[in-house]
Design a protein around this ligand. Structure first.
Ligand code: THU
Length: 150
């Protein structure tokens, strides 16, 4: 179990290298684990109109949705920090923002899974793991609209 978690965090760290974050300088990577073991990653994409920024988790969920895999999500890892050379610096685990919790919930409900959310620091030393239901209790989602694929 922790091998899977560690591999997912490593994939998120790698994805953070591909962030487009010229304004904040804060690079975030997200790695989504699918039921079949595949991993799909995303990184934040900023915009000169700051509020239009896409978070790493949102970018990654868009990728799986576009591939038809939104109902296959079982876990996500998120890593964030400031790049210094090859390394990512930052001592605190990065937790998904409120909007990303909701976006992850869409995929989690379609997957019928209370997904694992692994949050890691840029320097890799700190980590915190949750179920999505802990981070977004009493969520509103596709089930409330009668739209959960079985
Ligand atoms: N960011 C993410 O990618 N995911 C989150 O859950 C929180 C914030 C990004 C957005 C922005 O590019 C940078 O972190 C600083 O807010």
């Amino acid at each position: 179990m922790s091998e899977i978690r560690d591999a997912l965090i490593e994939a998120a760290r790698d994805a953070a290298n591909r962030a487009y974050a010229p304004y904040s300088g804060f690079h975030v990577g997200a790695a989504l684990l699918l039921r079949n073991g595949d991993v799909v990653t995303g990184a934040n994409v900023e915009n000169a109109s700051y509020g239009l920024t896409l978070c790493a988790e949102t970018a990654a969920v868009a990728k799986i949705a576009n591939e038809g895999w939104i109902g296959e999500l079982v876990a996500v890892a998120i890593v964030g920090g400031r790049p210094e050379g090859e390394a990512l610096v930052g001592g605190e685990p990065v937790h998904p923002c409120g909007r990303c919790r909701q976006i992850l919930n869409e995929a989690a409900e379609q997957s019928n899974t209370d997904i694992d959310v692994h949050c890691a620091s840029g320097d890799g030393r700190a980590m915190a793991s949750y179920k999505l239901s802990e981070l977004l209790p009493a969520a509103f989602g596709p089930k409330d609209l009668g739209f959960v694929d079985k």
